[in-house]
Design a protein around this ligand. Sequence first.
Ligand SMILES: Nc1ncnc2c1ncn2[C@@H]1O[C@H](COP(=O)(O)OP(=O)(O)OP(=O)(O)O)[C@@H](O)[C@H]1O
Ligand SMILES: [Mg+2]
Length: 295
Amino acid sequence: MSSAPRQPFHQFQGTKGYIASAPLIDAVNCAIALERPLLIKGEPGTGKTLLARHVAEGLGMPMESWHIKSTSKAADGLYVYDTIQRLNDARFGDGDVKDVRRYIKHGPLGRVFAAQERHVLLIDEVDKADVEFPNDLLRELDEMRFTVLETGDEIVAAKRPVVIITSNNEKELPDAFLRRCVFYFIEFPDVPLMKQIVDVHHPNLDATLLDQVLIKFYWLRNQSELRKKPSTSELIDWIAALLRSGITEKQVEAHLPFIGTLLKTEQDTDALARYSEGGGALPRKWSDLGPQFRQ
Ligand SMILES: Nc1ncnc2c1ncn2[C@@H]1O[C@H](COP(=O)(O)OP(=O)(O)OP(=O)(O)O)[C@@H](O)[C@H]1O
Ligand SMILES: [Mg+2]
């Protein structure tokens, strides 16, 4: 850890475009203060990826993203040696092929280490890669330096980036990796928090329409037969569709229009259709959802 002069703890205070709960803001500030990566988990659509963009905005830092795929290798985040380009240059006589440095291309991690300005680095969906991936990053994330083997150059981060790592829980992450992170699980938003999130995307939404929409949304999420529960991002899309179509609060009271924005598998749409055909009623009031939803 660096012995740089102490920064104030509460560096991140949220942004207008992202609704962060107080414990999430604390977790971000804790990770910044400890210079540890912040590992964010939570079900899909709970704002894990978006958080990084807003931490960058809130701190006034540029951001670099590394979207992890099943084929991603930790070393590629540092740099790749472009042998194909070098071969082509040798074949067609373009440029100085002896200068190996020309063919070293930094990856997202390499770029933020080499940058003069402090960055936010998002390592998105770390659990997509194979199990070795997080372990392979340990040393570089700890020491914030690496050596380019082909040239012997050492790249040392001038400013330690603020690292945000997201995971959807597809694979367990190794203990040694977890030990180095500050962890935060984004709980699915409760109704008051969800109202604030909706307001960011659809300001000045009619309050009775919003209530009807949320009653239906939380009811759907409570149906145990559903394979895939709709998430925040789907709710935002649903409201956008409702607004575009000019539908009234009364119509949402009796139906679930544009269900394809909320339910994404035929098993789920079939389950809902069976429920309606069997005479199942849609909820109209918060109290129809049970005591935990009393507003
Ligand atoms: N706290 C929030 N404040 C504002 N908007 C939010 C918030 N949480 C979710 N959203 C909305 O939900 C959308 C999805 O967020 P995001 O892509 O960050 O989710 P995610 O958790 O990364 O999902 P996935 O696991 O599928 O990648 C955002 O584009 C935004 O519209
Ligand atoms: Mg995401």
